[in-house]
Design a binder for this molecule. Sequence first.
Ligand code: GDR
Length: 318
Amino acid sequence: MKKALICGISGQDGAYLSQLLLNKGYQVIGTSRDTKASNFSHLDNMGISKHIEFVAMAINDFRSVLNVFDKIKPDEVYNLAGQSSVGLSFEQPVETLESINIGTLNLLEAIRFLNLNSRLYNAGSSECFGESTEQQPANEQSCFLPRSPYAVAKASAHWLIANYREAYNIYACTGHLFNHESPCRGENFVTKKVISSVVKIAQQKQQKLHLGNLDIVRDWGWAPEYVEAMWLMLQQDKADDYVIATGRSVSLKHFVQQAFAYFNLDMERYLVQNNAFLRPTELRCSYADPEKASKLLKWKAQYDIDDVVKMMIDDELK
Ligand code: GDR
């Protein structure tokens, strides 16, 4: 039985990836900094916690990473750990760089030091590319122009993966996933905030929805299918980096409009633009070209943003 180690298992992607790997017959081992204090509610709700072995690991502590790798000797490692909020990275820049950069380096060093054959997936981000346009969407050849501490850290981690792959022949990949959403998203991300607020407004439990910049444009996809791309990256003959996205970008305004339209409500009556939610620097437009994944991984998104809005609302109403 193949062993998969999911570093940072408690979030949205950790939950869907665990489900996918268990269905494929893997032994799944999940890490979090403190397994006793962590919240594994997504895994509990999916009814899969009992099939997962949880181990405590602080990704920014080499001794801790080395111990876990030495004990488990995983076939596949998925690095989903570290800061995941772009907004929070402006408030916690040091923690962001430490958890993402030192964290990724510790995983690579553990594989190198123990001379393991583990294959490593590293969660990159569309944020690395900075601004892109419909005419020139970001792909694997695009240069990086990060615009937040989070994006700077993810760009640096990308190069660590690329360097260790070349220098030590480690099978390591970065997946630059564009925004991917689901009912398991935390409320600190805009899609979940919008969906749960619009549902409350429709049920007359909330008056207004406060948001920052409504003109931002993102490629929003469906998280449960994005984890399949992570797995596929580790099943190839050669390790490589990939952009994962739907190929369709829309504005936040469009997203919000769709959510209110579900209940036949007029967005303008409830929406408040609030500067408290603006970021010091903002990535305005993000467009993706996911052609390489389609050609080499045979992966293509089945759902786009309009499906995502509907599926998130349907779940919220359950
Ligand atoms: P993002 O996701 O920063 O793209 O990173 P988020 O949902 O936080 O923001 C998306 C865009 O919406 C704007 N926005 C608001 N955002 C939040 N959170 N709350 C608001 O009230 C609000 N109003 C407007 C933001 O400014 C931003 O432009 C996500 C994360 O999952 C990263 O980990 C991942 O790498 C990238 O997507 C791809």
